[in-house]
Design a protein around this ligand. Sequence first.
Ligand code: GLU
Length: 433
Amino acid sequence: MSRNMPTVHLNPNLEGLGISATVAINDRSNRMLAEGKDVIKLGLGESPFPVPTSVVEALKSSAHEKSYLEVKGLPALREAVADHHVRTFGITRDPADVIIGPGSKELMFVLQLAYHGDLIIPAPSWVSYAPQAKILGRDIHWISTRYENDWLLQADELEQICFDDPDRARLMIINYPSNPTGRTYTSEQLKDLADVARRHRVVVLSDEIYGKLHHDGMHRSIVEHYPEGTIFSGGLSKWCGAGGWRLGLFVFPENLRWLRDAMLTVGSETYTSTSSPIQHAAVAAFRYDDEIEEYLQDERRILKALGATITEMLQAAGVRVKCPQGAFYIFPDFSAFADRFALWGISSSAKMCEKLLEDTGVAILPGSDFGRPDSEFTARLAYVDFDGSKALAGARQLPADQLPGQEFLMRYCGRIIDAAQRITKWLESLPRQ
Ligand code: GLU
């Protein structure tokens, strides 16, 4: 008797989903580099900077830590994070309301699983919020933002979506300084959003993974205006250069403890606990010392100067793009070239990025991966393909209040300047009617 293979049943929520855009572009760029191609990697948003020495030393001396930890995280780390929260935002949180996870990305997925409601996200937003919701079968409401508003969500836009159906359970994720735009909210804008969220009982996940990379060190949080309804999200990946360490954290308000506990249930049944040596090392990162403060200031001024320079280069070529205020992204809009793209058969941001990669070796991600319409020629450029250790060493030689100049940027971040030049030349080479 022949035995047939069982029918394969794919969870329908996964249909149409592939490898996450950021991960896929990184794998692809690395493959192209291995084939000997000349690729400038501006796809994945990975910090170019090394982990601070004191944090690396803390990891070395914790290598023997071998036991599973509590699912919510190492007590000393949760205390350090709660302290840090008071120091930074003046908001007191019980260490019991801090949870540590294997990357904030995983915590976000677990949160979306534990919270039964719709997801509200601005467009553009980071590539993974919506696929996570889709995997879980949640309804997703994108709120389209505008270039003229710095791609930031406006309070009246949020009001509009909540007003129609005020009783619906909603989770809103906002991320600032923003991936993918590098722009961020003022305290006043955050207050306006907080007022709407409070009125409609929207739970806010405030993704502040780039908070410490505000280029002027002026980051403010919505948690200051809506402490009772905001879950703060952060981690080591961006400011501390430790993306591969996979350590993220959430800080809950007391009245969302039911949600915290539901997440811990899921965590305990899935990842059990976060890597023990990494958590021990992270204590040093959140306790801070002078070396870390200096490191942060140098990261910020390099990113600020570099972001401004490539923004100006693209603007001079006729591209609409806002100067970043934080993080290491810009979000150019190439729509002024739409007619000339059409002559090459380029009809979407995905095709535009494909062709750019083919022609120039510059790898960036299309705006459509961030929730923008396919036909809009936006893209995200992560300006991170440079040696952050050398750049930090160079910045240490500069006077404390001086921004790196052109010579510095050419010397330490030359590939990024080269990428901007390749893009502008490519735009010049587009056919004309
Ligand atoms: N957040 C980074 C990015 O947007 C990389 C991490 C990831 O997507 O998993 O490129």
